[in-house]
Design a protein around this ligand. Structure first.
Ligand code: ASN
Length: 352
């Protein structure tokens, strides 16, 4: 469907909202369950959209969904919509459910290479029609963030895929949903927020990624043949083998302890070695929310480097999974894929 105008004033800035669904636009059905509604619902409940000095157009991915149903095909479609509309709009807001928003924002950060405009994911904990909704404030602020320019140079303030929620603008591939009951649902892991919305919007310019101007490159492939193996005391060989010996597995995020440590028991080592010998790319990510993977700090992680497991530095699990899908999607060559996996591609890690 072509984008339709949501407001009609003579505007300075134009923003495209990509409406995907989520609680922001939900309402209760007869059984008392929250189900997604179309954008009209939101537009009618938000007369303040007209007060913004912006042209806000809306498009959607198809039927609005609860974000628990998001797929890699949806991510590719979001990236394609941004590519198709890139020249026509100054910025983009993706209205999305909170449950998987951090995954989607991370995925889009990888798919959109050399991004020179702002893409802000946002959503809500309470539907727009409820009196205590956070949808209105989140959407209005996300639109302002997407339109933000440097006061002097008038250049794009945040040329990144990011996520705005409650009062924080977070780099998309550093975001994590940490709350399902409160309004402050997202946290920025291992990286400062890019901006804070108080009475004023306060940008943390030093932390915003500025790249030399280059043409946007939109990637079109993600490889879904990946999995996540979370360690816990009591994990058995049978379980590990069941996961790592899946026929066409190409990559696995290993969720380890502390600074990237794992059991040194011989069967576990053998499972990992056999997997890497079969060409499975393993990425070591810590279960800790803060800190980083330091393979070799302890004896219980030194052998992981020897086997060829890539240390994930301070990456989130959400970004790790989508990075693995992305890297395997763009490279059939195992050595190149390994190299890319270890590199900082979009500010998702802070290498030391
Ligand atoms: N289940 C909802 C979703 O992710 C949760 C929300 O948006 N707050 O679509």
């Amino acid at each position: 469907m072509p984008p339709v105008p949501a407001i009609s004033e003579a505007p300075q800035t134009s923003i495209l909202v990509i409406y995907t669904g989520g609680t922001a636009g939900m309402a209760y059905n007869k059984r008392g369950e929250l189900v997604p509604m179309n954008f009209e619902q939101i537009r009618r409940k938000m007369p303040e959209l007209r007060q913004l000095n912006m042209q806000v157009d809306v498009t959607n991915l198809g039927e609005p969904i609860d974000s628990s149903n998001v797929t890699t095909a949806d991510w590719l479609r979001m990236a394609a919509l941004i590519a198709e509309n890139y020249a026509r709009y100054d910025g983009f807001v993706v209205l999305h459910g909170t449950d998987t928003m951090a995954y989607s924002a991370a995925a889009l950060s990888f798919l959109l290479e050399n991004l020179g405009k702002t893409v802000v994911f946002t959503g809500a904990q309470v539907p727009v029609g409820r009196i205590r909704t956070d949808a209105r404030r989140n959407l209005v602020t996300a639109l302002e963030m997407a339109a933000a320019r440097h006061p002097m140079a008038k250049t794009v303030r945040v040329p990144e895929v990011c996520l705005f929620f409650n009062d924080l603008l977070i780099r998309g591939n550093r975001a994590k949903k940490v709350e399902s009951q409160q309004y402050d649902a997202f946290r920025s892991e291992n990286y400062p927020p890019l901006a804070r919305a108080g009475i004023e919007l306060a940008f943390n310019d030093k932390q915003i990624r500025l790249l030399p101007a280059a043409r946007l490159r939109v990637h079109e492939r993600l490889d879904e043949r990946v999995s996540v193996l979370r360690l816990f005391p009591g994990l058995t060989e049978r379980m590990v083998r069941a996961q790592l010996e899946v026929a066409d597995l190409r990559g696995c995020v290993l969720e380890t302890y502390g600074s990237g440590n794992a059991p040194t028991t011989p069967w576990f080592l053998n499972c990992l070695r056999e997997a890497t010998d079969r060409g499975v790319l393993l990425l070591n990510v810590s279960q800790c929310e803060e800190g980083r993977v330091l393979q070799g700090r302890y004896e219980t992680s030194a052998y992981l480097s020897e086997i060829g497991i890539v240390g994930g530095d301070d990456i989130t699990v959400e970004a790790a999974i989508t990075k693995l899908m992305f890297v395997l999607g763009i490279s059939e060559n195992p050595a190149q894929a390994r190299r890319l996996l270890g590199q900082d591609l979009r500010g998702e890690i802070t290498p030391i």
